[in-house]
Ligand binder design. Structure first.
Ligand SMILES: [Zn+2]
Length: 307
């Protein structure tokens, strides 16, 4: 009898504590959401340090990412796709950086829409890009154009398809054996790829071949936070792939805390991104395709209307 009462008391007590804990965690979650909404940002800012190179993630608009690329030796900085100039200039000021360069991935307004304003605010700033439609463009680049930001080396990779002038920027430091980073705009997303607005499947296939030939440990910083939607589609296309499920679980935890899912690596993308895996039998079969380019075309078409 005594034991039953004790057990009952224990159960009641632990359920009270559990409810209190749940309330506390819900409160914490809603506070985080509130803070995020007040700052009108979809994710928190993050600073990633590599050998002599920093990448600062600056969330913008509803789900865009801008990035500050910093050469730590000289404090010289470039900004990738600075659509919200106020946020960029604040970060430049806070970190005492010397902003000299804009790297534009493509001409769409949610990437290049801040260029004119930034060019006005920062006299002499160079605006790089691969398309004459890019606002305030001063340096038109081509495939394999190379230039420096301080000691960092930037290599332009022409990846036409989403738009015909789309460029990805591959950045390395002079240190031997250190990892590079690549800014992929709306070509390669984590677990996905951009819409084929101006190009075709063969061009996106070629773009992914170029990006896929970078070292596997290259960090991938893309233009939008679309990771979870992309992974859900990936699981639909390739249900037997366990890497997709693992990445979903990880990404859900990140997003619950309002943290960005970028960067991934080129090596990681090869394990779960269906558009990097179009040669896989399961994906070809799903797409009803005879070859990889046809699979690329068919799964992109399916993704266009996937809920
Ligand atoms: Zn775009």
């Amino acid at each position: 009898m005594k034991i039953t009462i004790l057990a009952l008391l224990f159960v009641t007590f632990s359920s009270i504590t559990k409810t209190a804990e749940m309330k506390k965690s819900n409160k914490l979650k809603s506070r985080k959401v509130l803070v995020r909404n007040q700052r009108e940002m979809h994710s928190c800012m993050e600073h990633h340090q590599y050998n002599n190179m920093d990448v600062k993630i600056l969330p913008a608009l509803k789900d865009n990412y801008m990035y500050l690329l910093v050469d730590r030796t000289t404090n010289e900085a470039a900004v990738v796709d600075p659509v919200e100039t106020k946020t960029v200039l604040q970060a430049v000021h806070d970190h005492k950086l010397k902003l000299t360069t804009v790297l534009t991935t493509h001409h769409h307004w949610d990437h290049a829409g801040g260029n004119e304003e930034l060019a006005k605010q920062v006299p002499g700033i160079e605006v790089y890009g691969g398309d004459d439609r890019i606002d305030a463009l001063t340096k038109k680049v081509e495939h394999n154009t190379i230039f420096n930001i301080g000691n960092l080396m930037v290599q332009c990779l022409s990846t036409p398809c989403h738009t015909m002038g789309h460029v990805c920027y591959y950045v390395t430091t002079p240190d031997e054996g250190s990892d590079g980073v690549v800014f992929t705009g709306d070509t390669l997303f984590l677990a996905g790829c951009g819409r084929f607005f101006e190009g075709n499947a063969e061009q996106m296939y070629n773009a992914f071949a170029i990006l896929g030939s970078l070292p596997d440990n290259t960090k991938v910083y893309c233009g939008h936070e679309y990771t979870l939607q992309n992974l859900k589609f990936a699981a639909h296309v390739e249900p037997s792939n366990q890497e997709i499920l693992k990445k979903i679980a990880w990404s859900e935890l990140r997003r619950e805390d309002g943290k960005p899912t970028v960067p991934s690596t080129i090596g990681e993308e090869k394990t779960y991104n269906p558009f990097m895996r179009v040669y896989e039998a399961e994906i070809m079969q799903h797409a009803g395709a005879q070859n990889a380019i046809q699979a690329m075309k068919n799964i992109r078409l399916e993704k266009d209307s996937f809920q």
